[in-house]
Design a protein around this ligand. Structure first.
Ligand code: NOJ
Length: 515
């Protein structure tokens, strides 16, 4: 299989607005990313996911695309993006773009055309009712804004009309069939966008709202899955190294049925992920597993994760994330010591891990005013903190020009400080990615087994022939098992020792135990 590269992939998500500004206009850009590729590479990340960088009015930070084939001028030109692909490839890295295929901006030319009263090629490109006074039951829509006599469906914000992939259960005459010419034309138009970028060096796509193409789909999302299988077949045939990762958060559907190579394990749908790092929104307080002495219980995660892992293994990979641009940063509630253990876990689990820019230094979730439809997500999207210099090294612009304010606290974490501190979160993250690259047993497809998962620590698990143990508590713990005999600690965070059949773990520690 030519998507073998995924086995050893560690992704780094870049929100382009906030990573590195190269031309002093206060906003990150593609040349800025290129200039920082060596940093990402040294961090041990060998693949990138870049949030939408296409032309857009930015009502939803670029998830409202106005031109799928044009880089937004604020980030540079298409040539800059081709150069980024090339520079990444030189370093053995892969680059995924964001495919926003469920909707466009209401400023997209397709949509403008579809608003016209006179029927044209794009009349069926979006979901429209046949009468301006007829809405779409239970679904958000807008009426009274177009010359055309109809209401159009929204996929997300008011500026994001839903593209028309058809309806599975059709209850109104205006609902297109999944195999209608207009629904097929939408699909082909998106394939054309994919081919455009693949032909220019892109390595695949992170797919936005991948589960929500066909409307009134069944519980299995079978009609939406069929579309993805068709797209996957195109990739397998024409771009066999290309990969797709879904924003679906249902690995059984996304991987087994739809054919995605990977599926994000996101902070929703009751999948246990929040119990690891972000349990604070649940009633009764924060019992996150990696929060020291917070009464966390790894079984709350495993109960949900294991069945999904078992059911999808062999077909594709679950992607665990430190965070993403929609999620509060883990440093909102976890200390650097807690984050080290959390990342140790996330980077040694099966599947393909994703690190969100700045999490490697423990960037904080900031209380900032909303920007480009971010609302509470904005606090996770602030400028990368490189150094103690002007604007923390993000930009040479004057401060009032910055896309978002940076962290002004005196102890704001930054790369330059942590790079020369062996005890820093950055240094630990680097060691952990190196560890993952060193052992094929820690990579995406190696076996996983939960060995000791109790209410108390340690949590002991197996990857291939390695044993791993984590103790997030403030007390030393030990574990006795004949599985330990003849083994030694090959890597640890804080002290860990195997003596005979006994493992002792210092407070807040992690160990990899080799035969
Ligand atoms: C999910 C994206 O991650 C989010 O940022 C965006 O607002 C919505 N999809 C709509 O595209």
């Amino acid at each position: 299989m030519s998507t073998e590269w995924l086995k050893n992939a560690v992704f780094y998500e870049i929100y382009p607005q906030s990573f590195q500004d190269s031309n002093a206009d206060g906003i990150g850009d593609l040349q800025g990313i290129i200039a920082r590729l060596d940093y990402v590479c040294d961090l041990g990340c060998n693949a990138l996911w870049i949030n939408p960088c296409y032309d857009s009015p930015f009502m939803d930070a670029g998830y409202d695309v106005r031109d799928y084939k044009k880089v937004a001028p604020r980030y540079g030109t298409n040539e800059d993006l081709y150069q980024l692909f090339e520079e990444a490839h030189k370093r053995g890295m892969h680059v995924l773009l964001d495919l926003v295929c469920g909707h466009t901006s209401d400023q997209h030319p397709w949509f403008r055309e579809s608003c016209k009263a006179e029927p044209n090629e794009y009349s069926g490109r979006y979901v429209w009712t046949s009468n301006a006074f007829e809405g779409i039951e239970g679904k958000p829509y807008i009426c009274g804004m177009a010359e055309r006599n109809g209401a159009y469906m929204l996929n997300f914000f008011a500026s994001q009309p839903a593209l028309n992939y058809g309806w599975l259960n059709r209850t109104k005459p205006w609902m297109s069939a999944v195999d209608s010419p207009e629904a097929l034309a939408t699909r082909e138009a998106i394939k054309d966008v994919m081919r455009f970028w693949m032909d220019r060096g892109c390595d695949g796509f992170r797919v936005d709202m991948a589960d929500y193409l066909v409307k009134n789909d069944d519980d299995q999302r079978s009609a939406t899955c069929a579309i993805w299988q068709d797209i996957r077949a195109m990739l397998d045939r024409d771009y066999p190294e290309a990969v797709l990762i879904s924003e679906w958060s249902n690995p059984v559907q996304a991987i087994n049925q739809a054919g995605f190579h990977m599926d994000f394990y996101l902070n929703h749908w009751g999948n246990g992920y929040n119990t690891l790092l972000r349990d604070y929104e649940t009633e009764g307080g924060d019992h996150s597993y990696f929060k020291r002495d917070a009464g966390g219980d790894i079984r709350r995660f495993l109960r949900e994760y294991l069945p999904r892992y078992e059911a999808s293994r062999g077909n594709g990979y679950i992607s665990l994330i430190t965070c993403n641009h929609d999620t509060p940063r883990p440093a909102r509630t976890l200390t650097a010591d807690e984050l080290k253990l959390a990342y140790a876990f996330l980077l040694t689990m099966p599947g393909v891990p994703f690190l969100y820019y700045g999490d490697e230094i423990g960037m904080r979730y900031l209380d900032v005013k909303t920007k480009e439809g971010g609302y509470q997500r904005t606090g996770t999207r602030t400028p990368m903190q490189w150094s103690r210099g002007r604007n923390l090294g993000f930009s040479e612009a004057s401060e009032d020009q910055l896309y978002l304010p940076y962290d002004h606290s005196a102890d704001a974490p930054c790369v330059a400080d942590q790079a020369c501190d062996e005890n820093s979160l950055l240094a630990e993250t680097r060691r952990l990615t190196a560890l993952r690259h060193r052992y094929t047993n820690l990579q995406a497809d190696a076996d996983f087994e939960a060995i000791r998962a109790e209410a108390d620590a340690p949590f002991v698990y197996r990857r291939g022939s390695l044993l791993l143990a984590v103790n997030p508590s403030s007390a030393p713990v030990s574990w006795t098992s004949d599985r330990l005999s003849g083994r030694h600690v090959a890597y640890s965070i804080n002290a860990a020792e195997v003596l005979g059949d006994n493992l002792t773990l210092a407070p807040q520690s992690f160990a990899v135990i080799e035969a």
